[in-house]
Design a protein. Structure first.
Length: 207
């Protein structure tokens, strides 16, 4: 099966800003959701050196509450399609799709720059050619490790550049043969919008 990412632009609508002077209670953000769209260039690591490209979408969810030790931790959800720019040395149908999620940590020490690191558990689908005409696709679980930098451009809009290493379960394994190790890795550059869920302290106290 395939995970085909939508290539349409994200439609983003922001709620009207709320001023603290409009309410008697202080206002704070209890939840932040980042919705992002990017483009990646990856070493596909299949049958030798090959560079391929494709789009990525992601959502990062930060609770922004709880113990100080947990501030900056959030949930990362991603989907990726690496199928463009296929080199002639690779199978003509080669593509690597993935979707999954995990944990992300954003170090918010600077005003406009935030280094981050993430660990995701994902499922990947890969297309290829073999001597068996009925076996041209497989799906494997893998771990993905990533790190990078986010930079705020304007209010609620930031850009991200990050590196990711994927460690797939081995392909073509059978009793007596360990199979083929697959470690795609690459760089993704994109932008995201920050949605904030706003509550007043008075509203929280009423619940």
């Amino acid at each position: 099966m395939h995970w085909k990412l939508p290539l349409a632009a994200l439609l983003i609508a922001a709620a009207s800003p709320i001023s603290a002077q409009d309410r008697p209670a202080a206002i704070y953000s209890s939840l932040q959701v980042n919705a992002g769209l990017g483009y990646g260039v990856y070493h596909d690591d299949f049958e030798g050196a090959g560079i391929m490209e494709g789009p990525t979408i992601w959502f990062d969810i930060y609770p922004n509450k709880g113990p100080n030790l947990l501030k900056g931790f959030g949930l990362d959800l991603e989907a990726r399609d690496i199928s463009f720019g296929r080199p002639p040395t690779q199978p003509s149908n080669l593509r690597e799709d993935s979707t999954g999620g995990g944990v992300i940590y954003s170090w918010r020490h600077f005003r406009n720059f935030s280094p981050y690191g993430k660990f995701d558990r994902e499922i990947g689908g890969i297309d290829f050619h073999t001597a068996d005409p009925h076996y041209n696709h497989d799906a494997k679980l893998f771990n993905a490790y990533g790190w990078g930098l986010e930079c705020r451009l304007v209010k609620h809009v930031s850009v991200r550049a990050g590196y990711e290493l994927q460690q797939w379960q081995r392909l073509f394994a059978y009793p007596g043969y360990r199979g083929v190790e697959l470690n795609p890795r690459g760089v993704t550059v994109g932008a995201f919008y920050e949605f904030h869920h706003i509550h007043t302290r008075a509203e929280i106290n009423e619940k």
